[in-house]
Design a binder for this molecule. Structure first.
Ligand SMILES: [Zn+2]
Length: 507
């Protein structure tokens, strides 16, 4: 049973027996590959800006934020400002270094958010659908994942081990695949609460669910900041949350209460929040530990959000940075704009672009709060989508509108359309359907056209962009494995198991 409507896997062709790639099953393979890349960069002089090291590291992720998504979102941003649009820039597009990351996973040409989270947060490529474990664990193999030798640590854990603080921010459930990469070890991304583990006929005692791991296991239980959605994964199925939604858990646990009890037992200050007003107020007097769960499931799309209850990603990011900045040694923060992906899956392009612009605003807030001298900020994506940006439209043409030309059939086509997804329209007796005749054409929930009928649009296999600003930013130039990203970050911050920039200090 798949609890994630956006990522149903229909086929049974996933192969875990690619013997030619058996080396990729080990964590060391990926680590060594990254170390070679760091060495190459130092030799070519593309890094090593004096003795600069990063005290703070913020990794921003636009889930499913493909390169065409960036181009379309920046055009929309400019057009909202009554300009032609193409010349506009998202906040991070002026960062000094840009690179490209290869997103394939060990058993998959086209990635999902679980194996990629393991790559860009733990430095190891793994199998589709698995998080925080190496590729020796096939998806769904609970016993294999129970062997801690298969577990891989995240850069969040590396930061904590160095005495820095760590936190996560997302617009999805905090137990969703991307943020889970920062703290969970799990053979199936869908095991967000205990009922999901049981539904797959496994014992949650052997394979604890993701919410449980966040509250009770290292490093999640030491995160100073946890902000996002997903209350339902933390509370019992006979409990109704603050906004009237039911929980999912069948073990009777209330993990929100248990998180608070844990902080009481450690004699540290803490606060649990569930709405925007509480978030804005907490900035006045930040506790040591902060847990904010603003929705039962994912947070609302920005275009539809209730501004009274729903903070923006920029507001969440600001609170997280203010909280974590109190540690003089520094911090690691992961921030995800997680619903770009969901909107693409639904072929709802206006929402996907708006969520991208919201991520841009959050990055902008971070650049205002953090100095380029001591804070490394990296913005990337986990995988692409199959939205295409096509035609020969004139400069300033409505990015959400039709192309200047019509198809050879005389019917208009859209500048932004999808290779597949729910937006497929069957041909009429006259031929291709003119989507501009849809009743809700132009509405935020209007569904863009797609070439192949699929309940959910798929991810794309393209490379994703990586933007970097701050100490050692030049490491991120070039084209490399996605699993190099946390090792480059760790090099710059002098944390984790790899080589460190500090080893090259002249001081
Ligand atoms: Zn997706």
């Amino acid at each position: 049973m798949w609890s994630d409507e956006y990522h149903k896997v229909h086929r049974n062709t996933l192969r875990h027996d690619l013997q030619s790639n058996a080396r990729e099953w080990t964590s060391d393979y990926w680590k060594q590959k990254a170390n070679i890349a760091i060495k190459d960069r130092l030799q070519s002089g593309c890094s090593g800006h004096g003795a600069k090291r990063a005290r703070n590291v913020v990794l921003f992720l636009g889930d499913g934020m493909s390169v065409p998504t960036l181009a379309a979102a920046r055009t929309l941003l400019g057009q909202r400002d009554h300009r032609t649009g193409e010349e506009a820039q998202l906040s991070f597009e002026n960062f000094p270094t840009v690179g490209l990351a290869k997103t394939y996973c060990v058993d998959a040409q086209i990635a999902d958010s679980a194996c990629t989270a393991t790559a860009y947060l733990c430095g190891v490529k793994t199998n589709l659908g698995t998080i925080g474990v190496n590729a020796a664990v096939p998806r769904g193999d609970c016993p294999a994942s129970a062997d801690s030798a298969t577990h891989v640590e995240s850069i969040g854990a590396w930061a904590l081990a160095d005495g820095r603080d760590a936190g996560i921010v997302t617009t999805t459930r905090v137990t969703h695949a991307s943020p889970a990469g920062a703290y969970a070890h799990v053979a199936n991304r869908d095991w967000e609460s205990d009922v999901d583990v049981l539904n797959d006929s496994h014992d949650p005692q052997t394979c604890p669910d993701i919410a449980y791991q966040l509250v009770h296991s290292y490093p999640g239980n030491e995160f100073k900041v946890i902000l996002g959605g997903g209350r339902r994964e933390f509370i019992p199925n006979d409990t109704i949350d603050e906004e009237g939604s039911a929980g999912k858990r069948v073990d009777g646990r209330n993990l929100i209460e248990e998180w608070q009890m844990d902080k009481i037992s450690k004699n540290v200050s803490y606060q649990y929040l569930w709405n925007r007003e509480q978030l804005l107020n907490v900035n006045e007097n930040l506790p040591e530990y902060l847990l904010g769960l603003f929705e039962g499931s994912h947070m609302q799309y920005h275009l539809e959000a209730d501004a009274r209850t729903e903070p923006t990603l920029a507001e969440l990011t600001e609170t997280a940075i203010r909280s974590l900045s109190r540690n003089d040694k520094g911090f690691f923060l992961f921030v995800e704009g997680g619903r770009i992906d969901h909107a693409h899956h639904d072929n709802k392009v206006a929402k996907a672009l708006d969520e991208t612009i919201e991520l841009s605003k959050a990055v902008s807030r971070a650049t205002e709060l953090l100095s380029e001298e001591d804070s490394l900020i990296v913005v990337t994506s986990d995988h692409a989508h199959v939205m295409s940006f096509s035609g020969y439209t004139h400069r300033g043409g409505d990015i959400l509108g039709p192309s200047d030309e019509v198809g050879d059939d005389g019917i208009p086509y859209m500048t932004l359309s999808y290779a597949n997804g729910p937006g497929y329209r069957p041909h009429t007796p006259e031929g291709r359907f003119d989507v501009m005749k849809d009743e809700n054409y132009g509405d935020v929930n209007w569904v863009s056209p797609a070439g192949v009928p699929l309940q959910q649009e798929t991810h794309g296999g393209d490379d994703v962009a990586v933007f970097a600003r701050g100490p050692q930013h030049a490491l991120f130039a070039g084209l490399y494995e996605q699993s190099h990203i946390p090792r480059f970050l760790a090099y710059a911050a002098c944390i984790g198991p790899g080589p460190h920039a500090c080893q090259h200090d002249t001081a």
